[in-house]
Design a binder for this molecule. Structure first.
Ligand code: SF4
Length: 283
């Protein structure tokens, strides 16, 4: 689940060397979004053609596998300390941040791959939760951005106990479109089952990426099927807190993928809203 990053390379030398913790100032989140990357090896069980993680040979140079949870906690402690005592805001590039945004908006497991595929996920989630509380940021939500493929695993379930909000990807309504836009042969039914089961336990947020492929967006049939899948999750007793509809914003790995025009995105969100789902266009 890739995100755009504002790294610390212009900040202090030691933060520039972070492996797991990074930060983004986000107007949408209304503050500093602290990212936890459990995939420094850039491995993902999806291969979304719109992914912005650089997996070229150059981009893979120097990457390392495995997660050292103790190092992750150390990096997070340093950053949270600087946020809570205010020193972060006096250093570039954060010194230009609007005063209204000088707060921690969230801590999000979102990096260069699927966070739950890391064996360290449960331990990392527990430690991040403890660090958040240690710094007195009890009201800051801890989010997991996930492709929902592994939510049924016991270790992932354990980690979810330390996560406040799950933002899960659902880019398709049919198996064929799912395989195309997410670059996977993973069974679509497993993802749908995982989403429904989790949504029955707690409200979930759905993130839906709709690209144009070679200039053509998803068909009307595909959009209807996507709305139907969301409806099925809800009608099985699940709660969908929000549906975030967005499109390609930056250079994707497959150049035939591009942004869907704003009016088409708005139509997608409107069709979900017509089914009673809380959908909005993001970005
Ligand atoms: S789920 Fe897709 S977009 Fe997210 S990191 Fe994996 S390949 Fe990239």
């Amino acid at each position: 689940m890739s995100t755009r990053r504002l790294t610390f390379k212009d900040h202090r030398r030691e933060l520039g060397q972070n492996r797991y913790v990074y930060a983004v100032v986000s107007r949408r989140a209304r503050g500093l979004s602290i990212g936890i990357n459990l995939n420094p090896d850039k491995v993902c069980n999806f291969d979304c053609p719109y992914c912005q993680v650089d997996r070229s040979p150059e981009g893979m140079a120097g990457v390392s596998s495995g997660v050292e949870v103790a190092r992750l906690v150390e990096e997070l402690d340093v950053l949270l300390g600087w946020v809570t005592d205010g020193t972060l805001w006096s250093h570039a590039p954060f010194d230009t941040t609007d005063p209204a945004l000088r707060r921690v908006a969230d801590i999000a497991f979102a990096g260069d791959g699927e966070p739950t595929s890391s064996r360290a996920f449960a331990a990392a989630a527990e430690q991040v939760h403890a660090a958040r509380d240690r710094h007195g940021l009890h009201d800051t939500p801890i989010r997991l951005l996930t492709n929902a493929t592994l939510l049924h695993r016991e270790g992932v379930r354990r980690g979810l106990a330390s996560i406040d909000e799950v933002w899960a990807k659902l880019d398709a309504g049919t198996e064929a479109w799912f395989h195309r836009v997410d670059g996977t042969t993973f069974p679509f039914a497993r993802v749908l089952q995982n989403l429904a089961e989790l949504a029955r336990e707690r409200p979930i947020t759905i993130q839906a990426m709709f690209p144009a492929i070679a200039g053509a967006g998803p068909s009307s049939v595909e959009i209807d099927a996507w709305v139907d899948r969301l409806r099925e999750i809800r009608d099985s007793g699940g709660t969908i807190a929000a549906v975030q509809v967005y499109t390609v914003a930056r250079d994707p790995s497959d150049p035939s993928f591009g942004p869907l025009p704003a009016e088409q995105l708005a139509q997608v969100a409107a069709r979900a809203r017509a089914a009673g789902l809380p959908a909005h266009v993001y970005g």
